[in-house]
Structures are given as C-alpha cells and as structure tokens.
Design a protein around this ligand. Sequence first.
Ligand SMILES: Cc1cc2nc3c(=O)[nH]c(=O)nc-3n(C[C@H](O)[C@H](O)[C@H](O)COP(=O)(O)OP(=O)(O)OC[C@H]3O[C@@H](n4cnc5c(N)ncnc54)[C@H](O)[C@@H]3O)c2cc1C
Length: 459
Amino acid sequence: MSDLFHGEKNGQRIGRKSNIVVMHVEKRNKKILWFRNNLRTHDASYWKYIAPEDEVIAVYCIEPNWLQPTCYGWKKMEVFRAKFLLETLHVLQVNLSKFGIQLYVFQKTASEAFRDIYNEFPFDTIISQNEWTSEERAIENEIKTTFLNVNWNTFYDQFLIHPEDLSFSIQDLPNVFTTYRKKVEQSWNVKNCIELPNEKFTSVELSFSKEIPTVEDLGYASISIDHRSAFPFQGGENSALKHLKNYIWEFQQIKTYKETRNELVGVNYSTKFSAWLANGSLSPRIIYQEIRKFEEEVIANESTYWVLFELLWRDFFKCVSLKFGDALFYQSGILDRKYHWKQNPTIIQNWIDGKTEYDFVNANMLELKLTGWMSNRGRQNVASYFAKEKEQDWRIGASYFESMLIDYDVHSNYGNWNYLAGVGNDPRDRKFNIDLQAKNYDSFHVFRNLWLTKNKVEV
Ligand SMILES: Cc1cc2nc3c(=O)[nH]c(=O)nc-3n(C[C@H](O)[C@H](O)[C@H](O)COP(=O)(O)OP(=O)(O)OC[C@H]3O[C@@H](n4cnc5c(N)ncnc54)[C@H](O)[C@@H]3O)c2cc1C
C-alpha cells in the first residue's frame, strides 16, 4: 500500500505525506429517480435512497410502443389515459421542483434515454419501483445490460401490504381471494406512510427539454371531457389527494360506499381512486391511513371496511401476477385451462361499438369508448358477455380495455379478465345473466338512457 493512503471513510480518502494532509474528495453520487407507476412525491420510498449531497435528477420515459397500434389495431394507450398521464407528469414535475429535483420527460425508450443522459450525467445509481410483468421487465433489462455497473435501489410502493410483510410466501399465495383476505386481515400489516423530506436537493440542470408534451404532440386528436363522464377528474397527486380528502372527510361518501358502489351513473357511487392508484399518483397506504383515522374519529361501519376490502382485491391481483408471472397473459390463463376461443371480427367490433343484442352491454361499451371509464358492474358484465357468452378470445377484450381505460393497471386488468373468462381465480366460474343484471342495477333505465339516447350518442 502506498504511504499516501492511510484510511478510507465515507467515500473520502484521507492521506498524510510528511505534514501535509491530502484529501481526495470522491465525486458526488449521481442518482436517477426513474419514475414508472409511482408518479408521486407523497409516501414515496425513493426519498430514503437520496441525500442532499447527492446529485439527483428524475426521469420519465413515454415508450414509443405505447403510442403504436397493437396487433388488434388499437393503440396500446388511447387518448384518455394519455391525457391523464400527461396531467400527472405536470404535477409531479412541479412538486419535485419544490425539492430542487428536475423531472425530464423523454419520448423514447428508457434505454435510449438513459444512454443520452449518461453522456451528460454519468450516473452511478438508478432508483425505481419494482415492476415485474414481462414488458416492464424487458425495458429494465435493456438498461441493465447497457449499464452493467450501475447500482439499483428498488421498492414496491404499489402495494397496500408489502409482499415481504405477508404472513406467507408469494409461492404459497392462496388461489382463492377469500382465503388470502382472511389471512391478511389477521394482522393488516400496512407500513406507515413515508414523510416528505425537510431538505432541498442541489438542482441539476441538463440540456434536455423539460417540456411535457401535449396529447396532440403524441399524435392524438384533442378531446374534451364528455359531460356525462363518471370520471371527470384531472391527473396528478394534487387532485388525487384533494379527492381523497373530499371523499372521506369533506363529503363523507365513504359512509355509504357499500350501498352505492354498484351504481352506474355519476361521480360519487364509488371511490374513483383507481386511476390515480394505477399510475401511482395516489398511495394505497395513505388511503388506508385516512380510512383508519376516519374510523377512529367519525364512524367505522361496513362501508368503511368495504373500501379496504376492495383495496385487498387490488393487492391480491398483484400477488397473483407475482406468483404466476406471464401465465396471466396466456390464453389458458393462470389455471392453464383450455377452451375453444373464437375470434369473430364482427362480434368484436359490435362489442366495441355498443351494437350487441344487449342494451346494457351497449351502454357500458359506449361509456368506455367516449370517456375511458366504466364502472366495476359494467366491466364484469361486458367481459362476461365477451368471453362467456360469445366465447371470444378474452385476451382481445383485455387488450381493448388496456387501450381505453384511464385506470388501466396490468395486474387488475389481466387478473380480472382471467377471473371472468374462467381461466383465473373464480372458484365458481360464473357467467353473468345480463338481463337480470340490467334489471337489478338499472331498473329505471337511467344509465342506458344516458348513453343510448340517440341525440346524445355520436360514435
Ligand atoms: C374486466 C375487468 C377489468 C378491470 N380492469 C381494471 C384496471 O385495469 N385497473 C383497475 O384499477 N381496476 C380494474 N378493474 C377493477 C375495478 O373495476 C376497478 O378498480 C373499479 O371499477 C375502479 O373504480 P373505483 O376506483 O371507483 O373502485 P371502488 O369500487 O371505489 O374500489 C376501491 C378501489 O379498490 C380497487 N378495486 C376495486 N375492485 C377491484 C377489482 N375487482 N380488482 C382490483 N381492484 C379493485 C381499486 O383500486 C379501486 O380504486 C377491472 C375489473 C374488471 C371486471
């Protein structure tokens, strides 16, 4: 060992030659917060991995293939979710800048963007949310093979209950929701929310544009919100947190959730948390925390419990996708069950256009086409019609939902489609009686009239 170096501590090499102290201060860490489906600053694990002495930038990549047609002809991400996403990014950019962190939004693949960034900002660490489905993993693997020596800090902020905090391993996940729920409810092992930092970070200015594109820049036609939409909300954590406060505290709609959740018209029948949850601009843990507080301070009833019950469905499908991996996307699903699936272009197009033999299916499909939203009751009926009644390849229906839904979430969407198509977690393999459902849930035709009255519909 040269006599120059006597010790090594916290990245600083301290040496002594005769009586001169030489300090070689190592370069500061350069870290990237790579945002994926965790588009928020509140309750965010990444704060634990950065310190004020680090140089930190934030990056989001709009992958070009999201804007391209799939093999079925529709875009992977249609305009409704694109608009919501861009609004979300605007808010995230402003909120991060309050901490001195710049968000750069790229319209290229993440691996291309990271190569460009590296030339200007030779980063040593990438901090990101774990995403394990195949397309998301492929994006990450490309970065990993390009940057072999980069450190990764990852976390699971999309869950209510962290997978490692379950009382069983993912491989032992029960296949039936009720069994899973009962186990989880024994301890409700939900972590506390993570506080925002007190400090500001050193701002790193790079030459890349910080401009967030418009929907038109991404090649979509402009849209305005249909006045009948049950989901007229803006993207971003600010509106998410405001809505959470209104729903629970201000208007206390949570008190009657169990009675209203199967309704079909208007903004208030269910929580409408899903779209913010899907892109991570709302933390499931903050919802949990607020509900528990409301239960302590105002009232705990079946309705307050039932929102948590539904959030467990969301977690359950994430665990299902962790356990079964790509089988979630196979025609035979997680059960590996074979049916004779059909692909009839006329039946599929009529379903999309709301031209089936059931006015209840039609009204729901028009709502989706015109707004990017459909209620849970609607989703169950139109999926059951598509897969069980018409026996059309359920993956086509799931792909159409993926394209159109504002709240598209890979695990919830494909998990629910598996379930309804009879290749997933439904132990009873149900088929919906659509006439009966329409009678029960739209007895006065209010919902159907809203979407099917001729002078209102332009398809
Ligand atoms: C075929 C089909 C496809 C679906 N695709 C999606 C999807 O892509 N993204 C998505 O978030 N949800 C999906 N769902 C689940 C459900 O329809 C929506 O989460 C719900 O309608 C959203 O409205 P809300 O936020 O008002 O829900 P609420 O009724 O208020 O429920 C509260 C929260 O619980 C969760 N939740 C409720 N029901 C379910 C469920 N069945 N599965 C998983 N989570 C649930 C959601 O996060 C929701 O925000 C799908 C359901 C079906 C039947």
